[in-house]
Design a protein around this ligand. Structure first.
Ligand code: TRP
Ligand code: ZN
Length: 497
């Protein structure tokens, strides 16, 4: 049985190779330059003598440069026209509504590539400079703590190829023959919009994307309008629940769209690249059942809509974009529908763990991947019973031992999605279940979800809920399971010494 990790790790190589043959040539980043449209005015030191520049990072333990401090984004509106589909040449405007969390002389966004033709803060041209991923903006007037402000950035060009820091793959907007898609976890978003790129700053999103007919757009959230402009069409999507920046996705292709509703009423729309055979739909047929089952054990499905999208592109992987998970065509095993269903369950469960509850720090990634991996086991148990789960646990345990996966609690920055955070991380939850008993375990999960949904959590937050609900001191348990040299035994299943 080919498991998720092998799929993910294989993807690393395949994506690297496939993307190396990608169509667009990389441009070098625009040199740092003052805006052509802006007179450079040094703000006079007036009332806000305490005002400082916002920091150029959010203090992430693995990626201190991701995100920026000093403000909190409420919403992004991405207005993008695709001028040339073969190069993804874009004419774009991003509007950011934010609130200053301190007095600010200036602030940063994360943004890579493109030519910026206009940048305003509160409708006034603002000075800016660029260095690497950092776009540093100095408004004419300093911003006051708690002040709302609007940033409008107009830019054009083709997204640059961006290398993820977390693994050797291209991150962000990927151009393929006849279309494009987005894979941004954890650091690709800055490849197509200016952003406070850390899951701590969740925000609402509107996408207005214009593409040449007959191409279509699939993005997160609810499709609220499609406008036919003659030669082009504009697709308007809205995300009304807070979303982490790396989950924002815009995908362009011709699609077959399939709609259905879960028994409990969650609307599902699946997007299949229209060249794909009809059988591609099979592994997705039970998503409604899965949504209702996970809603029962974790808490109500957190968003307005769900669905999956399969691209006719090879990236041997899948990613849980909020309300719209994406799959590479080679993540679909046409021979083995049941096998692919595990991946479908995995990505769906991320809507609770990863998307609604986002990590507060990338070092806590096992809170996403361990939970999604164990969700595969729970789906197996739901279908085939406890013995089937036990068999699955045994094979997962063997996988950790054979491949000497590291403990899930301390991933390294250049290997964030290692086997330990998935497989050992998933087994940590099974071990917790054995430690506290089924009844308590199935109270811990919804209690954790209820407390942190639509927000962020740390490993310490999860442990606190587990201790609170179980009434047990679990310090040693979690120390061993999250940070131990070797995976602890599971005596109940005869695993380990
Ligand atoms: N989170 C994905 C999963 O469900 C794995 C992943 C992380 C990924 N970063 C990615 C997949 C980038 C594709 C591209 O396991
Ligand atoms: Zn996952």
């Amino acid at each position: 049985m080919k498991n998720k990790i092998q799929i993910i790790l294989a993807c690393v190589l395949v994506v690297a190779v496939v993307l190396a043959c990608g169509q667009f040539s990389s441009q070098s980043a625009s040199p740092a330059s003052p805006s052509a449209v802006t007179a450079v005015i040094v703000p006079e030191q007036s009332v806000e003598s305490g005002a400082e520049a916002g920091s150029s990072g959010l203090g992430d333990s693995l990626y201190p440069g991701f995100g920026n401090g000093g403000y909190d984004v409420a919403s992004y509106a991405l207005d993008i026209t695709v001028d040339d589909i073969s190069t993804s040449r874009l004419t774009a405007m991003t509007t950011i509504e934010a609130v200053a969390t301190q007095d600010l002389l200036g602030f940063n966004l994360d943004f890579v590539g493109f030519e910026i033709s206009s940048l305003t803060v509160n409708d006034e041209p603002a000075d800016f400079s660029r260095k690497g991923q950092e776009l540093t903006i100095t408004p004419l007037k300093p911003l006051l703590k708690d002040q709302s402000f609007t940033v409008v950035i107009q830019y054009q060009g083709s997204p640059e190829k961006m290398q993820s820091l977390s693994m050797p793959v291209q991150a962000g907007w990927v151009t393929v023959n006849g279309g494009s898609f987005v894979l941004s976890e954890p650091d690709g978003s800055a490849s197509f919009y200016p952003v406070n790129d850390h899951p701590l700053d969740k925000a609402k999103y509107t996408f207005r994307v214009t593409v040449p007919n007959p191409l279509e757009v699939a993005a997160n959230g609810v499709l609220i309008e499609t406008i036919d402009n003659g030669d082009t069409s504009t697709f308007v999507f809205e995300v009304r629940d807070p979303m982490a920046s790396y989950l924002a996705t815009i995908n362009i292709d011709e699609f077959d769209i399939e709609t259905m509703t879960s028994e409990n009423g969650v609307p599902i729309r699946n997007y299949y690249s229209s060249e794909l055979p009809k059988e591609v739909r099979e592994p997705f047929a039970r998503q409604g059942e899965m949504i209702d089952y996970f809603s029962e054990i974790y808490g109500q499905y957190p968003f307005e809509v769900y669905g999956s999208m399969v691209m006719n592109a090879v990236f041997e992987s899948a990613l849980e974009n909020q309300t719209l998970s994406i799959y590479g065509i080679d993540a679909i095993d046409f021979e083995d529908v049941a096998e692919t269903e595990f991946i479908v369950a995995h990505e769906l469960s991320h809507q609770w763990f990863g998307d609604s509850i986002s990590v507060a720090d990338w070092g806590d990634i096992w809170l996403n991947e361990g939970f999604a991996t164990y969700s595969e086991g729970l789906w197996i148990e739901h279908l085939d019973g406890r013995e089937a789960l036990d068999d699955w646990v045994k094979s997962q345990y063997a996988d950790v031992v054979e491949n000497s996966y590291p403990a899930p609690g301390n991933p390294s920055a250049d290997d964030l999605f290692n086997g330990g955070v998935y497989v050992w991380g998933g087994l940590t939850l099974h071990a917790l279940r054995l430690e506290v008993g089924d009844e308590t375990f199935f109270e811990i999960l919804p209690a954790y979800f209820e407390r942190y949904k639509n927000g962020n959590a740390t490993t310490a937050d999860f442990i606190a809920v587990a201790e609170e609900v179980s009434g047990k001191d679990l310090t040693e348990f979690f120390d061993n399971w999250l940070y131990g040299e070797t995976i602890p035994p599971i005596p109940a299943l005869g695993l380990g010494n």
